[in-house]
Design a protein around this ligand. Sequence first.
Ligand SMILES: CCC/C=C/C(=O)SCCNC(=O)CCNC(=O)[C@H](O)C(C)(C)COP(=O)([O-])OP(=O)([O-])OC[C@H]1O[C@@H](n2cnc3c(N)ncnc32)[C@H](O)[C@@H]1OP(=O)([O-])[O-]
Ligand SMILES: NC(=O)C1=CN([C@@H]2O[C@H](COP(=O)(O)OP(=O)(O)OC[C@H]3O[C@@H](n4cnc5c(N)ncnc54)[C@H](OP(=O)(O)O)[C@@H]3O)[C@@H](O)[C@H]2O)C=CC1
Length: 280
Amino acid sequence: MFRQDLLAGKKILVTGGGTGLGKSIGRRYLELGAHLVICGRRLAVLDATADEFRAELPGARIDTLTCDVRDAEQVEAMMERLWQTGPLDVLVNNAAANFIARTEKLSARAVDAVLNIVLHGSFYCAIAAGRRWIEAGRPGNVISTVSAPVITGQAFTAPSAAAKAGVLAMTRSLAVEWGPKGIRLNCVAPGLFPTPGAWEQLFPPGSQVEAQERGVPLRRLGEHRELCDLYAYLAADGSGYMTGDLIVMDGGRWMQGAGGPTFRAMQDWNDAQWDAMRKK
Ligand SMILES: CCC/C=C/C(=O)SCCNC(=O)CCNC(=O)[C@H](O)C(C)(C)COP(=O)([O-])OP(=O)([O-])OC[C@H]1O[C@@H](n2cnc3c(N)ncnc32)[C@H](O)[C@@H]1OP(=O)([O-])[O-]
Ligand SMILES: NC(=O)C1=CN([C@@H]2O[C@H](COP(=O)(O)OP(=O)(O)OC[C@H]3O[C@@H](n4cnc5c(N)ncnc54)[C@H](OP(=O)(O)O)[C@@H]3O)[C@@H](O)[C@H]2O)C=CC1
């Protein structure tokens, strides 16, 4: 779909890039010639991913940095280290956390666990990169992964829906504020793209009422490579006139109803069913 050197010369940070979609996006960036930096809380996971990439793509340039994006000081320290080997060109806010729960049962810490990673983490990373771009008079590019509940809301995952909606508001606010400085920001809302992380948290065994494909008008789940090519496009100079946008790639799922049949069935779960899910 793209020239092999589409992203040559670009340094790209993918937060949460050691697993799941962040890992797939990072691999695609490397294939297209980028210098990739991935961060997350677990160094062993990041290093295993980096080793896998180096074996698959000899000559690939990849760095790993541990960082808990909930902690603004750790984000600053990561950006400082990252900039020492040259400025960043693209930030991908991908790190996130989510779980299903009845909202009235959530503790304050449970709400914070999601908001702090998704909303605060994305803010800290955007500001740390944006300030450096502005001080250096350089252009910048932020791509944030949100989800279709930014449009619809979503039952039983209210903190994630609210936090991701906040990330969209941040994106649109900064697209205007930082546009004159050559910094652009966009959001992508993926639909159902299977990853161990999302499926463990959102669709534990016993929670599904019918095949997930049934809830998607295109009648299939997304393939990582389809999503990754959208992230490649957004990272490339060819998308340079796009900013403040939300691109949904979900096979039409959101228009059919938030969360699909699985989440609708949760409205009728009893205490025993919820307790069984919480213990898993
Ligand atoms: C369509 C949507 C698209 C989005 C998809 C995705 O994002 S997929 C991405 C999917 N990938 C990921 O999510 C990967 C990252 N996930 C994680 O790091 C963890 O799953 C985390 C979200 C719990 C945060 O961990 P942490 O170490 O910061 O926190 P901790 O373990 O110390 O708990 C803090 C508080 O949360 C409470 N609590 C926890 N679970 C539940 C629950 N099921 N029920 C209720 N409460 C729950 C826990 O009891 C505690 O409160 P307490 O008892 O002290 O008052
Ligand atoms: N898969 C799907 O179908 C969908 C996914 N999404 C979004 O896609 C993105 C990736 O999700 P997915 O790949 O499925 O799930 P994963 O659980 O695999 O990804 C989450 C990543 O975030 C990292 N992370 C979590 N907390 C922190 C933190 N405090 N600091 C730094 N890194 C952190 C994790 O690494 P570590 O634990 O080592 O820190 C992990 O690598 C998320 O933004 C998610 O909301 C949206 C819609 C659908």
